[in-house]
Design a protein around this ligand. Structure first.
Ligand SMILES: NC(=O)c1ccc[n+]([C@@H]2O[C@H](COP(=O)([O-])OP(=O)(O)OC[C@H]3O[C@@H](n4cnc5c(N)ncnc54)[C@H](O)[C@@H]3O)[C@@H](O)[C@H]2O)c1
Ligand SMILES: [Zn+2]
Length: 303
């Protein structure tokens, strides 16, 4: 059996370094909100019902790697069947208090490892709430570091498709599938990637690119894949121009996120980590909170 490297092996959650009130004083009295880059992870969305990978109660999961996805048509059928089944629930998730409070702050930028679109949904909700107040602050830029589940990309030529359109086409191609496997797509438990635990996926018809016949894949970065260079550059620009970094709800097990923490620490910028489990970046944190992110960000936004 293959040995899978556990990036959090041996780590325990550290104590809080300071009370939240002191951390928030530092965030707001020494700096302006616009000086902070914010890096978010799955812990941001657990209160919206999207499970994380590495929370204390998370069951072990084996996410699809890009290599497996490309390896065989059966693997693609498996992925798409599970993803098709999970999309109605995923699409219906709503931003929680943590997203909404963060959307009220004008930070340098939100670099998110999440693929659920909930930062953008929160920004829309906050803007709608403020009405057309001419003096309203501009929303913080959001970089979807690992892509977004609401888009589908063609692997041959980069053609992009709306996920809802692909979902409808898949439903047309597989009219009896849900009934055959005996699952109601709106009544399923969403897994972290918006898919569903489903074993019997043989016979699910996948859709190829209608423009060029290429393979279609949700426009998210799978394990084993790399983040597109332009996206890394946009995120780096935000992190480079910021005075410091705040991490919200991430184990930092994934290197593309941890990198921002390492860089900020190397440049002697303050690093704040708010996550209720151990993280791979704990030794770099100048300020460490183990609170729930919704509580922390609400306190930050309302000081
Ligand atoms: N919502 C999503 O889009 C989603 C969900 C799961 C995984 N993913 C993907 O998988 C990767 C997972 O890495 P990650 O670091 O983001 O997630 P992770 O699951 O590795 O870590 C989440 C961390 O947040 C903590 N946490 C959970 N809920 C919290 C809360 N309410 N308040 C404070 N802390 C909380 C957990 O204890 C854990 O330490 C990412 O690259 C992401 O692309 C995305
Ligand atoms: Zn194409």
């Amino acid at each position: 059996m293959a040995v899978i490297f556990d990036p959090l092996r041996g780590r325990v959650r550290p104590e809080a370094s300071h009370p939240d009130a002191e951390i928030i004083d530092m965030l707001t009295k020494t700096y302006s909100d616009a000086e902070w880059a914010v890096l978010t992870g799955a812990g941001m969305s657990t209160d919206s019902g999207v499970p994380d990978y590495r929370g204390p109660d998370s069951p072990p999961r084996k996410p699809m790697t890009i290599q497996t996805f490309l390896s065989h048509p059966d693997q693609r059928a498996r992925y798409w069947a599970r993803s098709w089944m999970g999309w109605p629930r995923m699409r219906g998730t709503r931003p929680n208090q943590a997203h909404l409070a963060l959307a009220e702050l004008s930070v340098a930028g939100i670099i998110t490892q999440n693929v659920d679109g909930l930062h953008q949904a929160a920004a829309e909700a906050v803007a709608a709430d403020r009405g057309n107040d001419a003096g309203a602050p501009a929303p913080s830029p959001v970089i979807d570091l690992h892509g977004s589940l609401d888009r589908v990309i063609c692997l041959s030529n980069g053609h992009l498709f709306d996920r809802d359109w692909v979902q409808r086409r898949l439903s047309e191609l597989n009219p009896d599938f849900a009934e055959e496997v005996g699952i109601d797509p709106i009544d399923v438990e969403t897994a972290p990637d918006g898919d569903v635990e489903l074993e019997d996926t043989a016979g699910f018809a996948v859709l190829d690119c209608p423009e060029c016949g290429g393979l279609l894949k949700p426009d998210v970065v799978y394990f084993g894949d790399s983040v597109p260079a332009a996206r890394v550059q946009a995120a780096n620009r935000i992190a480079d121009e910021a005075a410091g970094l705040v991490v919200l709800g991430s184990s930092l097990a994934v290197l593309s996120g941890l990198r921002f923490v390492r860089t900020a620490a190397k440049e002697s910028k303050p690093v704040v980590i708010v996550t209720d489990g151990p993280t791979r970046g704990d030794e770099f944190a100048d300020f460490r909170s183990i609170s729930r992110v919704a509580d922390f960000v609400t306190a930050w936004a309302s000081r």
